[in-house]
Unconditional design. Structure first.
Length: 177
C-alpha cells in the first residue's frame, strides 16, 4: 500500500515516522489522510499534464513532500486566493469560471527529496516543488474532481479542503505516487 511506501521512503531519508501523513494516488485521483486511529479519504484532481517535477511542466510532483505553509485560516468557503492572499471575491456555485481558481484553503507543499522534488535534478533542471507553487487547495470546478484537471496542484472540494486544513498540522508528510 502507498502508506507503506511513504514509511519506507521516510526511513531511507532518515526522517522518523509521524502520527499524521497524507497519501495521494494520481492513478486513483484520491487523497488519504492517516491519523493515529483514523483514515479519511477524499476525491481529488491532479494535473492534466500528468506526473512530473520539472519547473513549468504543469505536472503534479511525485515523492515525499511536506506541508510547509498553510494559508486561509478563517476564510469563507469559496474565498478566492491570488498569491496566497484572499481577494475578497467568494466563488459561488453556478457562476461559470474559465479556469480553476484557488479557493477556501491552501496547504503549500515542499519537496523533501533533493534532485527529485527539491532543488535541481542531475541535469540542472529545477524540480523544486515549493518554488513551483504546488498546493493542495480548493477549486471552483468541483464537478471535475476524480479526473485530472489541475496545473500541478492537488485539488479538493471546498468542504473537503477546509476539513483537511483543520486536521493537518504543519510539517505533515505527503507522499504522491
Amino acid at each position: 500500500m502507498l502508506k507503506g511506501e511513504l514509511l519506507e521512503r521516510l526511513k531511507a531519508l532518515g526522517i522518523p515516522a509521524s502520527k499524521h501523513c497524507l497519501v495521494v494516488s494520481i492513478d486513483q485521483q484520491k487523497l488519504w489522510y492517516f491519523a493515529e486511529n483514523a483514515v479519511h479519504a477524499y476525491k481529488v484532481s491532479t494535473a492534466r499534464a500528468g506526473r512530473g517535477c520539472i519547473k513549468d511542466s504543469l505536472q503534479t510532483p511525485l515523492g515525499v513532500l511536506r506541508v510547509a505553509e498553510k494559508h486561509g485560516s478563517g476564510a469563507l468557503p469559496g474565498m478566492v486566493f491570488k498569491a496566497r492572499q484572499p481577494t475578497g471575491e467568494v466563488w459561488q456555485r453556478g457562476k461559470p469560471q474559465p479556469d480553476n481558481l484557488i479557493t477556501s484553503r491552501i496547504l503549500w507543499l515542499e519537496g523533501m527529496e533533493s534532485g527529485v522534488n527539491a532543488g535541481e535534478d542531475d541535469q540542472g533542471r529545477v524540480v523544486d516543488t515549493k518554488s513551483r507553487f504546488i498546493y493542495i487547495h480548493g477549486t471552483n470546478q468541483e464537478e471535475k474532481l476524480g479526473q485530472p484537471n489541475s496545473h500541478g496542484c492537488v485539488l479538493l472540494s471546498d468542504a473537503d479542503v477546509i476539513e483537511l486544513y483543520e486536521r493537518v498540522p504543519l510539517g505533515t508528510f505527503v507522499y504522491i505516487a
